[in-house]
Design a protein around this ligand. Structure first.
Ligand SMILES: NC(=O)C1=CN([C@@H]2O[C@H](COP(=O)(O)OP(=O)(O)OC[C@H]3O[C@@H](n4cnc5c(N)ncnc54)[C@H](O)[C@@H]3O)[C@@H](O)[C@H]2O)[C@H](O)CC1
Ligand SMILES: [K+]
Length: 499
């Protein structure tokens, strides 16, 4: 997992390198500026460059880049947003080395004469909503025609959370120093960062930061148990799916197929008895258990004991796909969740059943639990609005994990896997093909399969998220993301898992 840093962790590392490892701050800034200049030169090989500098070290990086680009023969205009003498002393030293014209006071009109703009205004030292004059300058950079490249973090994006509380700059690329900050991978910040390019700035290994955030990569599949010649259908992973209601039989079917395509060797669907035929015709390889229902195609609370017995020897349970909001089915969920003594994934209407009861029910569980809410579901669980959740995705995912003691997979292009202890893993996303009905059911089934194979819960959740995104990309490869359907994603799972 590639570590992601909070602004405070980056500062701590920076101080450690300077104080304990005798790395000069000038050296760090030189490397940062060099990395920044390199990316600017590669992305904008010709034309005028405008570098917009703040008064902190982020501005200092901009000054270094200006020097190196001028030395390489480029036309560079340096805009100082505050009087240059207000710059910190580290940046002042760089300013003295700047050849050619000195910084001009920021001039919005001149931005349009540039081919590329460098945002070296606010970095990890920024806190809160941008204040003037930074706020106005951010709006001008945003309005300018030229593409913007950010030094370390787009100005206006909170490096630690990805929150954007005021004006911010949409960049084509962000040059992250040493390591990316969380904010470039979490929406809404992610939408401002563009391509993230990481440059090394000379911070030695072994520093004090113990990042509790990381980016999910292909490595999560390394430890996934694979079938071997001695495997049986049961040892490959036995998943039990609980859900389905009249009109909602596709969801549990897709979870079941996804679990099988993700490697589970034995999958059973427990659903209202009157719907048995729909499952039987659709699912050739999965088992079906018809459960007591209310007569109109919804699971009934009276099925509790029979359901628990049917779950029997399953290695993992997926609860919720297609369950419906029927009060009987919902009360069944509340009754069985504490009694399912295997790892459990709760999705969709399984989550809705817990609204108002999360703190009472989930911490009672003796086995690992994975919740897979999208923002609307998470908002209901936390008694807030989806807009509020979208504004602070990380905070809400962590809050839900802390109060439920479950792993929370907060879905989105930047799916966050939050652990009850505060650690978080983030998906790179970029699988627009997944924006279609049923892909959530697929994800729940895949995570169920990973849990059933015996993977530790954090790895199972991350492996499921990774495989799902890969499958979404593979499904979109032939003709693009439009027209991808959840069944295509299921079909692509074996390829995604072999990658
Ligand atoms: N971390 C490293 O190893 C290195 C980082 N470098 C770069 O330095 C910045 C962080 O620099 P810092 O001086 O701490 O802060 P900033 O440049 O981000 O600027 C803060 C600056 O802005 C003012 N300010 C703070 N909040 C606001 C606000 N909401 N509105 C307006 N103004 C605000 C504050 O008063 C300061 O003056 C890091 O990102 C890297 O780019 C080094 O160059 C190399 C080593
Ligand atoms: K910046």
């Amino acid at each position: 997992m590639e570590p992601l840093l909070e602004a405070g962790e980056m500062r701590e590392l920076d101080r450690w390198a300077i104080n304990e490892k005798q790395v000069g701050v000038d050296e760090l800034m030189e490397r940062a500026g060099e990395g920044l200049a390199g990316v600017v030169a590669r992305r904008a090989p010709a034309g005028r460059i405008a570098i917009v500098c703040g008064k902190g070290n982020n501005g200092g990086d901009g000054i270094v880049a200006a020097r190196l680009l001028r030395q390489a023969g480029r036309e560079v205009e340096v805009h100082a947003v505050w009087p240059p003498e207000w710059m910190g002393e580290d940046a002042q030293r760089q300013l003295k080395k700047l050849p050619g014209p000195q910084p001009i006071p920021f001039e919005a009109g001149r931005l349009n004469k540039a081919h590329v703009i460098v945002d070296a205004l606010l970095g990890t030292g920024s806190s809160g909503v941008p204040r003037e004059p930074a706020a106005g300058v951010i709006k001008e950079m945003e309005a300018a025609r030229a593409p913007v490249i950010a030094a370390d973090i787009p100005s206006g994006v909170d490096a630690t959370t990805g929150e954007v509380a005021g004006p911010a700059v949409h960049c084509v690329a962000t040059v992250a120093f040493h390591r990316p900050k969380l904010g470039v991978w979490i929406r809404p910040g992610k939408a401002y960062a563009g391509d993230v390019e990481v440059v090394e700035i000379g911070i030695p290994r072994g520093g004090p930061a113990r990042p509790d955030a990381g980016l999910i990569g292909a490595g999560v599949l390394r430890d996934m148990p694979r079938r071997a010649s001695e495997s049986t259908k049961f040892s490959s992973g036995n998943v039990f799916i609980v859900g389905g209601s009249r009109g909602l039989t596709g969801a549990p079917s897709m979870s079941a197929l996804a679990a099988m395509r993700a490697g589970a060797g034995y999958v059973t669907v427990g659903a209202p008895a009157s719907l048995e035929l729909s499952f039987t015709v659709r699912l050739l390889e999965a088992m079906m258990v018809g459960l007591p229902e209310d007569g109109s195609g919804h699971l009934d609370p009276s099925s509790e004991e029979q359901l628990l017995k049917a779950i029997g020897r399953a290695d993992a349970v997926v609860l919720g796909p297609g369950l419906s909001k029927d009060p009987g089915a919902q009360s069944l969920v509340r009754a069985i969740v504490p009694r399912i003594d295997v790892p459990l994934v709760i999705d969709a209407d399984g989550l809705n059943a817990l609204v108002g009861h999360v703190e009472a029910i989930l911490p009672q569980r003796r086995w690992p639990t994975v919740l897979t809410p999208h923002s609307g579901e998470l908002a209901r669980l936390l008694d807030t609005t989806s807009e509020e959740v979208e504004r602070s995705r990380l905070r809400h995912a962590r809050e839900a994990a802390a109060i439920t003691k479950a792993f929370v997979v907060h879905k989105g292009d930047d799916t966050l896997v939050a652990a009850p202890d505060g650690r978080v893993a983030i998906s790179r996303g970029r699988a627009p093909g997944l924006a279609t009905a049923g892909t959530g059911d697929v994800l729940a089934g895949v995570i169920g399969a990973m849990l059933a194979k015996g993977m530790p819960v954090a790895q199972a959740a991350c492996a499921g998220v990774y495989a799902h995104v890969r499958a979404g990309q593979i499904a979109a490869a032939p003709h693009g993301p439009d027209g991808v359907i959840a069944s295509d994603v299921i079909s692509a799972l074996p390829a995604a898992l072999s990658a």
